[in-house]
Design a protein around this ligand. Structure first.
Ligand code: GSH
Length: 210
């Protein structure tokens, strides 16, 4: 465990800080889980680099914003980025694809026009998700290990499992078409620290609006 002091600032909900929390849990790394209430946010907002959360405060001095940047920083610091430049780039590729897919899902949730929402939903289910999961299936097939990149666990493995958690009951049905992604998910979920972390979280169904 590192002696560095980490303070993770986020809202009380699950969301963009989940992967960072999962990384800390997997690494058995202590950190301060600083949760900001909606009523407190106006006060804290101006102190954050881009007036958004999550923000990771390192040793009470450096503030790191942007969820993916925080994740990449931790992955680099704790050797979860693969063994060389190629593996770290493949990890980034997985992370970027997950972010793109997640941004699309957020767009659906935020759409208030029901017709536009329906069209976006169709595109998500018929195009974005199959393209994304199909890509991960191809990566797992090519890689031929239990991990999506290389043969040791990277933050891309944790990010993939974290993203599938958001599909919850729907993912079981969907993953029938992607047997390698399904097996990968079962493998990552069987890691005790990962499994315990997911069990300790609020159910994601609480946040479903789409
Ligand atoms: N691109 C940023 C987006 C961060 C973001 O959208 N944060 C939201 C919470 S999930 C936020 O801070 N909302 C409050 C606000 O914008 O005032 C990231 O990935 O960290």
């Amino acid at each position: 465990m590192s002696e560095i002091r980490f303070k993770l600032m986020y809202l009380e909900d699950r969301g963009k800080a989940d992967l960072i929390k999962l990384l800390f849990a997997y690494l058995n790394q202590t950190y301060e889980d600083f949760r900001i209430k909606p009523t407190e946010w106006n006060y804290y907002k101006s102190f954050m680099p881009f007036e958004q959360l999550p923000v990771l405060l390192v040793d009470d001095t450096v503030q790191i914003a942007q969820a993916t940047t925080i994740g990449r920083f931790l992955a680099k610091k704790f050797n979860l980025q693969g063994k060389d430049d190629i593996e770290s780039t493949l990890c980034d590729m997985v992370i970027e694809q997950i972010r793109e897919c997640g941004d699309f899902a957020t767009q659906i949730i935020q759409e208030i026009d029901s017709n536009k929402k329906k069209i976006l939903n169709q595109k998500y289910l018929g195009e974005i998700l199959p393209r994304t999961l199909g890509g991960f299936e191809k990566m797992l097939n090519l890689n031929g290990s239990s991990c999506i990149v290389g043969n040791q666990l990277t933050w891309a493995d944790l990010a993939l499992t974290n993203s599938l958690a958001w599909l919850d009951e729907f993912s079981a049905r969907l993953l029938q078409n992607y047997p390698l992604v399904k097996r990968h998910n079962e493998y990552i979920m069987s890691i005790p620290s990962v499994n315990e972390w997911f069990k300790s979280q609020k159910p994601l169904s609480v946040y479903k609006k789409a």
